[in-house]
Design a protein around this ligand. Sequence first.
Ligand code: PGA
Length: 251
Amino acid sequence: MSVSFVVGNWKMNTTADAFIPFVQQLQQTGCISEALSAHVNVVICPPFTTLHAASPLPEGIYLGAQDCHEQPSGAFTGNISAGMLAALGCSYTIVGHSERRQYQHETNQVIGLKAMAALGAGIIPIICIGETLQERTGNKTLEVLENQIDGILSTLNVAMLPQCILAYEPVWAIGTGLSATAEQAEVVHAFIAQKISTSTDSTIPILYGGSVTNTNAAELFAQPNISGALVGGASLKVDVFSQIIIAATKK
Ligand code: PGA
């Protein structure tokens, strides 16, 4: 059975004291034991300032970060390296989230370097790609995604790609309540899967992100090329997040 993923991106929300109670409540719903038996990896990516407080992590929940720097160490004030994340128990890190592309002006080349840095520290990068509303309405979605992947592969060694996770996150769907429909998402996921298998001869997990909730998760997970979800707002609510995890166990 293939492994699928439900990844919670807490963004700039919560303080360290909230983590363990959240995880305990999540466990109490029973979704973590179901995830374990169904081979669904549950990952929580809280702010950097919470990572130290995320232990002991119960079996079935993995820790992730929301970004890492592309260099292992040095004079980069305010940044965090992948090695530092590994030392705090992170197994995953998001790189190239559209909010970082927009507000920190991250390029595909930098995102490829960040993914390389993560892999070098033993962390699996969850690499985000996605089109804006203007690009979608201009019928440029697939072209934009292809360019993003090619740009990332200009600095990320293609031989390393099978060790990564991709997340398709249409920018217009993030935090808007306007999820892509399952059919819209599947068209893009199938395109990405085809491109990856042509470049690497392998398949990698491709997650969908953008207004995933307990009401649309099952339909999204039913699509053949959707391997899980990257969940923002809904990952902050135990009851909703647990229902998304349960939906993934039915895939
Ligand atoms: P959302 O965010 O689920 O709140 O739309 C998803 C994300 O930004 O990863």
